[in-house]
Design a protein around this ligand. Structure first.
Ligand code: URA
Length: 292
């Protein structure tokens, strides 16, 4: 007889390993032995088209991508734009944009986000994570997506990377109590902290763009490659973009000085990069002084 008992510390270390790999959600009550399932018939392999855009029947092509701001960077060529976003249901993005455009205050926008059911991430998330800090503060920080701590508490950047973010902002004299306002491009946690799909980003981005317009900070800080690529609609890497001012043009045509910088979670994994992020924040501090 095979002894199937597993030592508790072996189970605990297996669980820890799962969590480290981002596997921290159960998707069903009963385990499925996928080795025992019949093999699905193999579809013939076809060459994939260079870019696939799936549109809902009858949807307008223009709805496949939310209106992107103009990214202005004087004296350097414009970075490559991201190209069409593959979205299963472009109408959802249109709905999100229409809802967002109708909001005239941050409170209205928050209510619209909380009431929006178009993003499937909402079904697996515990909370809607809208924003924290002071709306109307001189700096607005936009990160990627809530993690486990943020999902549990319903506030952005409250886990270890958020604590690092707070310490760095405090070092240039900015706190959530008046100095900065903070949000993410996604309002719901992607299961297991996976990178949000382009479709999920597009839906939430419609709200985030309006959020930036309504908060009207003096300076926008984008943390991490996902946020930079989405908000600035670029394919450029964070390594190339960080530390250089760009202008984000809002819906009314006004421009917002914007600083792309590394994500604090990246800094926790790569402490040697903190020096560069510190330089980015010093540039933010200088810009705020120039603008005041
Ligand atoms: N990482 C983010 O990008 N946002 C959060 O709110 C937390 C972690």
């Amino acid at each position: 007889m095979v002894d199937t008992a597993i030592a508790p510390d072996a189970l605990a270390s297996l669980l820890r390993w799962y969590v480290d790999q981002g596997i921290d959600e159960a998707v069903g009550e009963d385990p499925i032995d996928r080795f025992a399932l019949p093999r699905p018939a193999q579809a013939p392999i076809q060459a994939a088209p260079a870019s696939v855009t799936t549109l809902a029947p009858g949807a307008k092509t223009s709805a496949a991508r939310p209106a992107a701001p103009t990214l202005l960077r004087p004296s350097s060529p414009a970075p490559a734009a991201r190209g069409p976003v593959p979205i299963e249901s472009p109408q959802v993005v249109e709905d999100a944009r229409a809802l967002a455009e109708n909001c005239n205050t941050i409170a209205e926008l928050e209510a619209a986000v909380r009431g929006f059911d178009g993003c499937a991430l909402k079904r697996t998330a515990k909370n809607t994570v809208f924003a924290d800090g002071t709306p109307g503060a001189p700096v607005m920080v936009v990160g990627e997506a809530p993690g486990a701590d943020e999902d549990r508490l319903g506030k952005p950047f409250v886990g270890v990377s958020g604590q690092l973010m707070d310490r760095m902002m405090t070092a240039i004299g900015l706190t959530r109590e008046g100095g900065f306002y903070i949000t993410n491009i996604l309002f719901w946690r992607p299961p297991g902290n996976r990178t949000p799909t382009l479709a999920e980003q597009a839906m939430c981005l419609a709200f985030t763009r309006r959020h930036i317009e309504l908060a009207r900070p003096k300076v926008l800080v984008l943390t991490g490659g996902t946020s930079v690529k989405a908000v600035l609609d670029t394919t450029e890497t964070i390594t190339r973009m960080r530390g250089k001012w760009v202008n984000y043009r809002m819906g009314d045509g006004s421009e917002l000085p914007t600083m792309p910088t590394f994500h604090p979670a990246f800094l926790l994994r790569t402490p040697a990069s903190k020096r560069q992020s510190w330089l980015d924040l010093l540039a933010v501090d200088k810009k705020l002084k120039e603008l005041s």
